[in-house]
Design a binder for this molecule. Structure first.
Ligand SMILES: [Zn+2]
Length: 387
């Protein structure tokens, strides 16, 4: 048998093993369900706390792999978020590693569900629960193939050491203003963008680390270049500009201090109690009367309500093509909400529940239902309109 034939057989066997692993596991938990279904790229939000991740996906005590170049899926996340840790522990030199089990999970999300982005969340969770190892015992050879690299497991000592460098928690930031606030307060924000929005021929989604901003956009550190990259190059990477127009999602800030964590936890507790189905962030600036009715309607409907538009400034209203006297406007006390609609069943449930909850001004569009509680001479009562 020739060497090539042997290599081919090994490759096929490896793939068969991987496929078998996938087949064995059909239920992957609720994490991706929620995020897949509900991307929350809504304009009404603020920094919010993280949701839970199933623990089976965040066990780093299995196989380990190195971020030796950009070939492996998820490397950009490991790179961006390890750098994020280094900003919190500036005197430390962390290596970029992630578990083989996590990598498999991400493979599943990407290829089976065509969904990316949870990876950043996974990494944040690892940094919260397990910390991060330093580079001391790791070989500095970035040309090694993946299969060889995963043989370099963490030692017990390294795992113990990693525990010293954890984060207290992490929060999500949704708008550019929230990202700026988070950078200011916590040093950096890692975020996902569409790779082609920055590099013409690049495919898929890409994770980068936002570390500042200027007039034109955010300043970020990238994890790839013409050459293969390792930890050493990562630190020397020049900073680039990300125009504000580029869409960002799954933006996460790391929290290191107890005081910051406490402040955020208290804030979240305080604001979360107000509505049964909506966080205060979702309800941000929206008229409380409208929100109370919407909360009731959500209960009647029994399906998730995603607010796709809430309170609007004059500029924002112009931008989305709203009416000059729109009830979404601040001058009309932000008494309107648009709720996402994806099919006719959902539309019926939402409209029916809205009427039951007492809304008397309803707009029905292809992709959303508008409810408002504007009641004055300029906004007639008991109307349903279309767009
Ligand atoms: Zn509306």
């Amino acid at each position: 048998m020739t060497k090539e034939t042997l290599n081919k057989i090994i490759k096929i066997l490896t793939w068969l093993l991987r496929i078998t692993e996938y087949l064995k596991k059909t239920n992957y938990g609720a994490l991706d369900e929620k995020q897949d279904d509900d991307p929350r790229n809504v304009p009404v939000s603020a920094i919010v706390k993280s949701s839970k991740l199933p623990s089976e996906y965040i066990n780093p005590d299995v196989f380990k792999t190195e971020a030796y170049n950009q070939k492996r899926l998820g490397i950009c996340v490991a790179t961006a978020q390890t750098s994020q840790m280094e900003l919190l522990y500036p005197d430390k030199d962390f290596s970029v590693r992630f578990s083989y089990r996590m990598a498999k999970y991400i493979d599943y999300l990407k290829y089976k569900r065509n969904f990316e982005g949870t990876w950043g969340h996974t990494m944040a969770r690892v940094h919260k629960d397990y910390g991060v190892a330093t580079t001391k015992t790791r070989p500095e050879n970035f040309d090694l193939p993946h299969w060889l690299y995963i043989k370099f497991n963490f030692t017990k000592q390294e795992i113990a050491e990693a525990k010293k460098y954890k984060i207290k928690g992490y929060v999500w930031a949704y708008t550019d203003d929230e990202i700026k606030l988070a950078i200011k307060k916590y040093g950096s924000v890692s975020t996902t963008i569409q790779a082609k929005s920055m590099w013409n021929n690049a495919k898929g989604n890409h994770r980068i680390l936002l570390v500042g901003w200027n007039k034109r956009g955010f300043i970020f550190q990238n994890s790839w270049d013409e050459v293969k990259r390792g930890d050493k190059e990562r630190k020397e990477q020049e900073l680039l500009e990300l125009p504000y127009s580029v869409k960002k999602w799954n933006s996460i800030a790391y929290i290191k201090s107890d005081a910051d964590k406490k402040k955020i936890d208290n804030h979240i507790k305080k604001v979360e109690k107000k509505y049964k189905y909506f966080s205060a962030y979702e309800a941000k600036n929206i008229n409380p009367k409208t929100m109370e009715m919407l909360d009731k309607a959500r209960g009647f409907a029994g399906i998730p309500f995603v607010i796709t538009s809430g309170c609007r400034t004059i500029q924002k209203n112009k931008q989305v093509g709203g009416k000059i006297d729109s009830c979404h406007l601040e001058k009309n006390k932000c008494s309107a909400v648009d709720i996402r609609v994806r099919n006719s069943q959902e539309r019926w449930k939402i409209v029916n529940a809205g009427i039951k909850a007492g809304f008397t001004r309803i707009g029905i569009a292809e992709t959303f239902v508008h409810f408002d509680s504007c009641k004055d001479t300029r906004h007639p009562d008991k109307v349903i309109w279309t767009y």
